[in-house]
Design a protein around this ligand. Structure first.
Ligand SMILES: NC(=O)c1ccc[n+]([C@@H]2O[C@H](COP(=O)([O-])OP(=O)(O)OC[C@H]3O[C@@H](n4cnc5c(N)ncnc54)[C@H](OP(=O)(O)O)[C@@H]3O)[C@@H](O)[C@H]2O)c1
Length: 286
């Protein structure tokens, strides 16, 4: 078999895609904008290539000896069109499967860029296996962890809504399973969720049980959350606006579906949020 190209290889999901592909004996190329030195290896494990979706000159040669691709949209690339030049490039190669990291519910929701990207891949007649995950548990251990550590608060404007959180490590395993068996999964889509939908009171409860701290769900309004994240956290306004839109959708009930797709693909149960917090306790305490 030829190699698998992994875009976003340093990201939440991509790093697990690399690990899981290696465990399956695949040869992997990690592609990304930080691999400027050709002698770099990613975590001393795989060959790397300098690659930037916005710089078509970096596409040159990246698909040599590659027949499968993990494709992800870096969060700051808001326009679907940003990915089209590389999708066009893939059309020129003999690609057996493109697994695109999409988003739960985009088959019915045309607003997120993932919807158009999925359609563009399909229209280009590349064999595809879309992966549509729910909210990552890494959002809680990542961007949300500052308030959890420093104020013992879960500070997201999700109201009373529920979310079927999934561990990015499980998404990586699902993607690797698809890419390892391209013939079986051509032109398929998989909604990957955790096994339970939790509201943020339950999230705070689990965090309290596992850290021994008294963590509360602050349940801020959209306005309070937006102001705090822009003025105090100094996060990019565009990014914060996208997250407000996502929490709006979550409140409409779009994040709570629980599916069997992960079990069907991998034969394993997805990690629970409680197990995740136990394994990542230091993200919430130190
Ligand atoms: N968070 C969620 O709950 C959730 C749920 C469903 C779907 N998603 C989707 O998942 C995707 C994000 O995945 P993630 O969290 O794994 O990503 P991430 O951790 O934010 O990592 C972004 C990756 O993109 C690379 N990158 C940045 N700019 C690039 C460019 N111009 N060209 C090529 N690569 C570039 C980065 O490389 P460097 O490290 O070298 O900069 C990094 O590897 C988004 O499309 C998001 O909508 C997220």
């Amino acid at each position: 078999m030829k190699k698998v190209l992994v875009t976003g290889a340093t990201g939440n999901v991509g790093k697990y895609v690399v690990d899981e592909l290696l465990k399956k004996g695949e040869r992997v190329i990690a592609a990304g904008p930080s691999f400027k030195n050709p002698a770099d290896t990613f975590s001393n494990k795989v060959e790397t290539v300098y690659f930037d979706f916005k710089k078509p000159e970096t596409f040159q040669g990246v698909l040599n000896d590659v027949d499968r691709v993990f494709l992800m949209r870096p969060p700051h690339l808001g326009k679907p069109e940003d990915l089209y030049p590389f999708i066009d490039e893939m059309k020129l190669s003999k690609i057996k499967l493109v697994s695109f990291l999409s988003l739960m519910g985009v088959e019915k929701n045309t607003i997120p860029p993932h919807h158009k990207i999925e359609k563009y891949i399909e229209d280009s007649e590349l064999p595809y296996a879309h992966v549509r995950p729910g909210f990552f548990m890494q959002n809680v251990s990542g961007v949300q962890s500052k308030e959890i550590r420093e104020k013992s608060q879960v500070f997201v404007p999700a109201g009373n809504s529920k979310t079927s959180f999934i561990d990015a490590a499980d998404i990586g395993l699902a993607v690797a399973t698809l890419l390892h068996d391209p013939e079986s999964y051509q032109n398929t889509a998989h909604t990957i969720t955790g096994s339970e939908a939790l509201d943020y009171y339950q999230v705070a409860q689990i965090l309290s049980e596992e850290t021994g701290k008294n963590i509360k769900y602050a349940k801020p309004s959209y306005w309070k959350y937006r102001r705090y994240y822009i003025k105090k956290r100094r996060l990019d306004k565009k990014y914060v606006n996208v997250t407000v839109a996502l929490y709006f959708m979550t409140r409409m009930g779009t994040a709570k579906e629980v599916t069997n797709d992960f079990i069907r693909l991998t034969g394993r149960k997805p990690r629970t949020f409680k197990e995740f917090v136990k394994e990542n306790r230091s993200s919430f305490t130190s």
